[in-house]
Design a protein around this ligand. Structure first.
Ligand SMILES: CC(C)(COP(=O)(O)OP(=O)(O)OC[C@H]1O[C@@H](n2cnc3c(N)ncnc32)[C@H](O)[C@@H]1OP(=O)(O)O)[C@@H](O)C(=O)NCCC(=O)NCCS
Length: 136
């Protein structure tokens, strides 16, 4: 049975997911601190097995970032990513009550833009804004 949990994921499960979607794993202490500093997250389980995840980081009132949206390959295409995004957006709607002008960003992986467009996200260039940039 598919279950959704808020703000609850183990370091092992997080590393399992990043590995399964091809991003590799990170040092456990690094992951632990990142998860502790996360504003809000959702984890999806099939019975007790982790199959998906997504989180919001940010300052809660002015800027939010959606990060680490992951569904393991054998569960992709079954609307699990949609469930994750809709749950995060519900939380963003709550934050928005404090500041209606709160801004939510995300950095889409190459080829994933169409998935995020379904939830109202637009590429910056399509709304006449400059490129998103990253320190590399
Ligand atoms: C991207 C990802 C989260 C999508 O999750 P998912 O559970 O497979 O997506 P869903 O089944 O909820 O799909 C919802 C819709 O998005 C579309 N979609 C999903 N992935 C897509 C893609 N890569 N490109 C275009 N459309 C996509 C689906 O076709 C579906 O469209 P529909 O509503 O018209 O049927 C998942 O494929 C994944 O984890 N990929 C690997 C990790 C990754 O790249 N994450 C994104 C980081 S930015």
């Amino acid at each position: 049975m598919i279950r959704i949990d808020e703000n609850k994921i183990s370091v092992n499960d997080f590393n399992y997911l990043t590995d399964r979607v091809g991003w590799g794993t990170r040092n456990e202490k690094v992951v632990e601190e990142a998860l502790n500093n996360t504003l809000y997250s959702v984890s999806i389980y099939d019975d007790n097995k982790i199959i998906g995840y997504g989180r919001i980081i940010g300052d809660k009132t002015i800027f939010l970032y959606i990060q680490d949206i992951m569904v393991i390959p054998e569960y992709q295409g079954q609307k699990i990513g949609t469930k994750i995004m809709n749950t995060l957006i519900k939380k963003i709607d709550e934050y928005q009550k404090v500041n209606p002008n709160i801004r939510t960003y995300l950095g889409a992986s190459k080829g994933k833009e169409k998935f995020y467009e379904k939830f109202g996200f637009k590429t910056r260039s399509s709304v006449d804004l400059g490129e998103g940039m990253i320190l590399f």
